[in-house]
Design a protein. Structure first.
Length: 201
């Protein structure tokens, strides 16, 4: 039986989402679609044929509490971009930032894009393989980085959901590209159906 918002706070909801057990080893195939878009009938629609990239991701959790993780994402299509990849290390230690490396097959060596230093107050720049996803989007969410609020309860694709508003803390604001995030959380399964963010200017 789905839990009601009155019995579960916004931070508790996101704690269940972030710490939901999903195994210690992960393999997935994904497609990233990118296009220039506009608004039609109050909906975002592509104004051109989407450019689709297929990628495979392999990940594994480490550490005594399995709070650290390593993942490798590699583009497998289109052929012109096959072999481009990203390696990411996430840490349970809140004093350490995620480390990321991009591998360009044409160059033949990886480039580090995350320093992992806590005292750097600049947000990460760059996108994931030229898509609308930023490198920040790939990082593991941390409860300590945000304030949480249930903004509404809705039906999304025939599933009852909480819409959780996430606002960066004063410290994390300096390191984030977003002023807020909205997360659609499935009440029954405690996983994310959809999310959107407002970029800082």
């Amino acid at each position: 039986m789905a839990q009601q918002a009155s019995a579960l706070g916004a931070k508790d909801i996101m704690d269940k989402v972030i710490n939901r057990y999903d195994g210690t080893t992960k393999v997935r195939h994904q497609e990233i679609s990118t296009c220039k878009y506009g608004v039609k009938n109050r909906r975002l629609v592509c104004n051109e044929t989407p450019r689709v990239k297929a990628a495979q991701t392999f990940g594994k959790d480490f550490g005594a509490q399995e709070e650290d993780s390593k993942s490798l994402t590699i583009i497998v299509a289109p052929a012109a971009e096959r072999g481009i990849g990203m390696l990411q290390f996430d840490y349970g230690d809140v004093t350490r930032e995620s480390d990321q490396w991009i591998y360009l097959s044409a160059v033949g060596k990886p480039k580090r894009v995350a320093s992992g230093k806590q005292d750097e107050d600049e947000p990460k720049k760059g996108s994931l393989f030229g898509s609308e996803f930023s490198l920040e989007d790939m990082e593991k969410l941390r409860l300590s980085d945000y304030h949480f609020e249930i903004s509404q309860e809705v039906s999304y694709k025939k599933r009852d959901c909480w819409v959780v508003k996430m606002t960066p803390t004063a410290i994390h604001t300096k390191k984030s590209n977003y002023s807020k995030l909205l997360i659609w959380v499935n009440k029954e399964l405690s996983h994310i159906h959809n999310d959107t963010g407002r970029r800082t200017t």
